[in-house]
Design a protein around this ligand. Sequence first.
Ligand code: PEP
Length: 251
Amino acid sequence: MRPTLIAGNWKMNGSRAGVDSLVSGILRQGPFGCQVLLVPSFVFLEQVERLIVGTAVALGAQDIDPRPEGAVTGGISVSMVREFGCGYALVGHSERRTLFAETDDQVAEKFKACIHAGMTPILCVGETRAEREADSTDEVIAGQLAAVLAKVGVSAFATAVIAYEPVWAIGTGLSATPVQAQAVHEAIRAMLAAEDQDIAAQTQLLYGGSVNRQNAEALLAQPDIDGALIGGASLKADEFGAICRMAEGAG
Ligand code: PEP
């Protein structure tokens, strides 16, 4: 059985004081019977690492640069985030793809760098509203996935997570319905199964896009949804904690 993972992507939000109260507010509600992952801005990694020490809460980075070191001003490598306790990194979040023009190939390089360092990449995939309306959701996602499969092969997905995040649902308050989300998750699992059935059966697939305490339970009840990647609602300790508690019974 696949464990349920609830991940909070804080994006470019937070302050020293805010991070202290958010993490302590979340920890007060635990321990949780599901995997919990916090993904703060790079500058707060050390602070969060200290706050979660001794708990089962995991730490992740919002992005990484695939180059190992050197003349990359502003870049942050996998080995750097590893030093601060990160076991996970988001790769290919739609905000990186749109605001920073990241290509499928660059995303695949980041994924590969994580795998080589023993870190779990969370590969974000998803279609825009126009792509959904053009009925090309599966095709778009197959392309995003194919770029990574071509770079690292399906075996790398034994230690990876995929987050299906429809672009039209991120930060809009308009989540995919459980039926819509399940259909795409099932399609992603079938894409992996075409390469390797055992790996497809074990890869955790998260849903992301306006998840909140009202819609989380029904989404997490879907057979191919193994957790959630949460933006806005992860910035409120009570809301995030409530979703983590709902995840305890899921899966
Ligand atoms: C996200 O940024 O990954 C996300 C899903 O955001 P939100 O939950 O705010 O839609």
